[in-house]
Each structure stands twice: as structure tokens, then as C-alpha cells.
Design a protein around this ligand. Sequence first.
Ligand SMILES: Nc1ncnc2c1ncn2[C@@H]1O[C@H](COP(=O)(O)OP(=O)(O)OP(=O)(O)O)[C@@H](O)[C@H]1O
Ligand SMILES: [Mg+2]
Length: 306
Amino acid sequence: MGRLGSLAEVAGFGALNVDKLFLVDRIPARDEEGFVIDVKIAPGGSAANTIVGLSRLGVKTVFVGKVGSDSEGEFLLCDLRNEGVDVSSVKVSEGRSGCAMVFVDPSGHRAILVDPGVNDEVDFEEINVEALSAEAIHMTSFVCKSSDKPFEAQKKLATFFDTVSLDPGTLYAERADVWELISKTTIFLPSVAEIEKITGADYRRGAEKVMAHGVKIVAVKLGEKGCYVTDGRKEFHIPALKVSVADTTGAGDAFNAGFLYAYLRGYDLDVCGVAGNYVAAKCVEKLGARDGLPSERDVEEYLSGL
Ligand SMILES: Nc1ncnc2c1ncn2[C@@H]1O[C@H](COP(=O)(O)OP(=O)(O)OP(=O)(O)O)[C@@H](O)[C@H]1O
Ligand SMILES: [Mg+2]
């Protein structure tokens, strides 16, 4: 049981994608050919990864988003349902579901093509805000190539929640208007490169800048160095766990799940950073973004042994 009794419900709001990972003999240049050695297909999307992480940690979760009326959409919905996520706010609409095609060659070099599909059609008018009883909302980026509706919807929906967490990802880190969303954010969860890009300052100074825009807590992900967390009064550098790394895909999303779980449980800021590092470490030990995500019991055991 949590320190504060029952856990608040968290809504996730971001792109829903099928991740198609192709192991290829080589990444072809223009007008060249290569061949596919192996294919792995997994449900993805940064916010969805974090929401699944929270659900495994016993948090009640709901997802807001859109999938296409294709087999990929059915696959994404099925997977979220199996993870215990409420999908009643995921719209199914005519068109293709979002898809991220990742091509990896034997030396580990990658080329990525993202098809936003119907994600770009997410529209605030279609969201049944009254049906969302969640206390907190976690948001991540949309591609917003063909329409800016998803970004506008996120700005509007943010105003309905007490706690708004935002992982900008590289896509939003490159938008000058990301500040319009940051100013509605309570917990900001960027990587070091993202906060430095957004603020034009080193990450500690960058954290001060976003807090000057109303953000209450900043947790900067520092890769193998762990994380930096601050609430403007206290600050902590928390080293990462020493683990054998299989694959860092989704490490940042897993970190967000651990951090938000501990925050909702009422743990102190430094413990939130420790929990984020722990969930991320469990994730990087396994292949893929979700295979290693731990249970509530694992995290509580780890935190109680500190
Ligand atoms: N080599 C590692 N060993 C242990 N933990 C790691 C390692 N790399 C990353 N982590 C953990 O994962 C967290 C997130 O990683 P990172 O800083 O790379 O985030 P990110 O850039 O947002 O990742 P993503 O590509 O998933 O968006 C780190 O804060 C740390 O806790
Ligand atoms: Mg990230």
C-alpha cells in the first residue's frame, strides 16, 4: 500500500506507434538496395511506454490518443488493454496507425522513418474531458507534420489537471513554441540534450529557467550518469545503477514511470530520482522498451533496502 493510500490515476497523452525494427544487411543510400535479415514488431510510443510502466507499478492508468482502423491499431489497443490501461479515450479513426520503422545494420547504425498516421489528427474537440477522472497527465511529443492540432490539444488539456508532466523528446525540444506547453507543466522530464537545446543553457541553469516559467520539479536524464533532480529549493545528482546494458531503447520512458510513481506515492524528491534510475536500469537490462519494466513489489523492495 502506498504512503498516501490509494494511488491517483494518471492519463497518458502522446503518439501511439507500432515500432517495426528491421535488422538489415546495410542501410541503403539513395538509389541503393539492401535486404532485411530479421523483423521485430512491438507496441510503442513514448507516452504509452511510460503509462505501461506505471500500470505495471500498480497505478490506475488511462490513455488519450488515436489509432487507425487497421490491424496495427487493433494490435496497439489490445496491448494497452492487456497491460491494464483504460483505452476508452483512444479514438479509432479511418487511416493508418502511427508507425516507427527502425532500420539497424549489423554495426548498430540506425535509420528511422516515422509515419505519424492518424496521430497527427488528434483533436481537442474529440476528447471527452469529463470522462477523464485522472489527477495527473503525462505528455510526450507528436510529430505534428501535417497538423498542429495535437500540440494545441495538449496545451488545452493540460489546463484540466492538477499535475502535468512533460517529456519533450527531441521533437518538441526543437520547437520554439514548446514554452507554451512548458508554462503549463508541473514536472518536466527532459534529457540533458533536450533541456540544453530548449533553454540554451547548461542543464542546471536550464532547470532554473523552466522553473521561472512555473514548472515545479525538473528531472534531467543524464544517460549512464543517472539524473539531476531539483524543485528549486533542493537539488540532487543521483548516479545510475551499475547494470549490464542490453538495449537503451525506452530508458527515458521507463525513468519517467519510476519517477512519477514515487512522486504520486509521496516520496521525497531524491527518492523519486532513485526510483526513476531503478526502473530505467531494469529497462536497459532487457531488449526493447518494455520487457524489463519492473513490478510495484520490485520497486518497493529496492527503495526499502536503500
Ligand atoms: N548505461 C546505463 N546504465 C544504467 N542506467 C542507464 C544507462 N543509460 C541510461 N540509464 C538510465 O536511463 C535513464 C534515461 O536514459 P537517457 O538519459 O539516455 O534518457 P533519454 O535520452 O530520454 O532516453 P530515450 O532515448 O529513451 O528517450 C537515465 O537517467 C538512467 O537512469
Ligand atoms: Mg527521452
